[in-house]
Design a protein around this ligand. Structure first.
Ligand SMILES: [Zn+2]
Ligand SMILES: [Zn+2]
Length: 327
């Protein structure tokens, strides 16, 4: 079991997932025999058994799960919630903007699949690819057991987890109700997928996202920097302390991407699909290909919010070009 004590009363448990680098980090915060959790991995017997064994390791043979705070509803963070609330009595805490995404994404998915299909079409995906791309995440629900929250969060609450008081920091962008958790006393910052040491988290515009996710995401990064955290505990990769460096790298990465997109649009009028295939090439993996489109859209949206691009919209078709004065 990959269980590490990071600080007094804070343990990291690395759980297996079938994507990224094969691991998601969840955190165990014991108090007496009760163990509170931040994120819970995907729904699977191996992963759930590791959580239960980890809880016994940190809180003794009679350990029971108490609170489960989920940073956002992606399968690797939320998937085990159904089992843990039903069988282990966990109380789920979730930001309220994540709550309405659960049903269309993991239970009755047909309507969302249709909406995604329409979204792909509007943004220029060729007919022949719309069907395979809209159907690409049908299988994802096997990794998720849904659960009703015991508490819906807005952000800015102080909640007790284990022996710590943590402040909820709402950081939309990667997901509309993504949250981070900050322990002001020790400077520990649990960041979910908001701030990863080795990769730039996917920030995409899609039917369930906020309307300007890239700017939301960057605003969240600046808010986290202002907290002056001592140690960042990400959901993927290893803990790190250089928050300023990492945030400025990510800001520079997105700024460069926006310049690259502006340059390649030049004097043309392009769909987001045309932009994404030029920036990222044609990805073999369907989900990667769809995420490239959504990531491209997030950058295009940010550029048009700044007035550096014009977004031309009519039923069934959206395109982008330089503003007339700057063409
Ligand atoms: Zn995520
Ligand atoms: Zn993740």
């Amino acid at each position: 079991m990959e269980l590490t004590q990071l600080s007094s009363g804070v343990f990291e448990l690395r759980l297996p997932i079938p994507w990224e680098d094969g691991r998601v980090n969840c955190f165990l915060l014991p108090r007496g025999e009760e163990v509170d959790l931040i994120d819970c991995g995907m729904n699977g017997q191996e992963s759930l058994a590791l959580i239960r064994a980890g809880a016994r390791e940190v809180a003794g043979a009679k350990a029971k799960i108490g609170r489960l705070v989920v940073t956002h509803i992606h399968p690797d963070h939320y998937g085990g919630a159904g089992e843990l609330t039903e069988r282990d009595g966990a109380q789920l805490f979730l930001h309220r903007l994540e709550v309405p995404m659960v049903h269309p994404r993991y239970l009755e998915i047909e309507q969302l699949v249709q909406e995604v299909g329409y979204h792909l079409q509007v943004h220029g995906v060729p007919h022949a690819q719309v069907t395979e791309l809209k159907d690409a995440s049908r299988g994802i629900k096997q990794y998720v057991g849904v659960a009703a929250p015991a508490l819906q969060l807005d952000g800015s609450e102080t909640i007790e987890l284990g022996t710590r008081s943590l402040r909820v920091e709402w950081t939309p962008g990667h997901s509309p109700g993504h949250i981070c958790l900050f322990d002001r006393e020790s400077g520990l910052l649990f960041v979910g997928d908001q701030l990863l040491p080795d990769t730039s988290p996917n920030v995409g515009l899609h039917p369930q996202s906020t309307p300007d996710p890239l700017d939301d995401y960057l605003t969240g990064l600046r808010r986290l920097t202002a907290l002056k955290p001592r140690l960042i505990l990400p959901a993927h990769g290893r803990p790190f302390d250089s928050v300023l460096q990492r945030v400025s790298d990510l800001e520079a990465h997105h700024a460069r991407r926006k310049e690259q997109i502006l340059a390649l649009i030049g004097v043309e009028e392009l769909s987001a699909w045309a932009v994404a295939t030029r920036v990222w090439g044609r990805r073999a993996d369907l989900i990667d290909r769809r995420m490239a489109l959504q990531e491209g859209l997030a950058h295009l949206q940010s550029l048009s919010r700044e007035g550096r691009l014009e977004k031309l919209a009519e039923p069934g078709r959206v395109t982008w070009r330089r503003p007339s004065s700057g063409r």
